[in-house]
Unconditional design. Sequence first.
Length: 261
Amino acid sequence: MIKKIMSSILSLLPSDLRKRLILELGRTLADDPVRETMEIMVRDRVQQLQPAEALRFLFRLDAVFYGLQGHQAVRYDQGVHTKYRHTRYHDFFVARVHPGQKAIDIGCGDGFMAFRLAEKGVIVVGMDISQDNIDKAKLKHVHPNLTFRQGNALQEFVAATFDVVVLSNVLEHLQGRVDFLRAVVSRYQPMLLLIRVPLFERDWRVPLKQELGVEWRLDRTHEIEYTQETFTEEVQAAGLVIRHLEVRWGELWVALVRGGD
């Protein structure tokens, strides 16, 4: 009954006043009443819209909550996103590189993956385009087997060869991916490439968002989110052969070798 009364009251208010009321209620009410009030407002809004517009509204709202959830997940684990311990994707990479091998982690971020490899006895270079990421990596992850350098992997190459190239959530940010992979293989002569990319086919809502003209990518900087077919086409065009592929957590985790190896 209270929900129906609240819904009726909110529906009579102008949009701006309704928003201000919800904000004020959020400051003064306990969690459950806030959630219930927001639910009333959302349901009321959706009922006023045609299906396509209602979906666009809900998807855009969902994107806001997704971002907020990510920030709170980092706070919850005191500065590290909980996805790392839930997905354990680092284990996929670390298990496939052996002590004494040399590896380059392109797009190393804050350096945690590179550090895990160094702990195993791998000689690692971590490279990232962001100087801020490199500064954080040098501060957080110190190991005698590990060095970090700032650089644009599309334009600059480390003067060395490596047994393993790691590209964890990197390719999807790039244009000219086939040429990039060819250049990496030509310059570094790796025996193994370990790649992780997001899947377009991770959820039925992704193609529906695209169809409705709503942002569907996990990150606005993504040039692509792959199907298994588009990923296979790209790496084959770059002269690579898939030796192992797993679909996990809406991603492709892949081990590749050079054609002919």
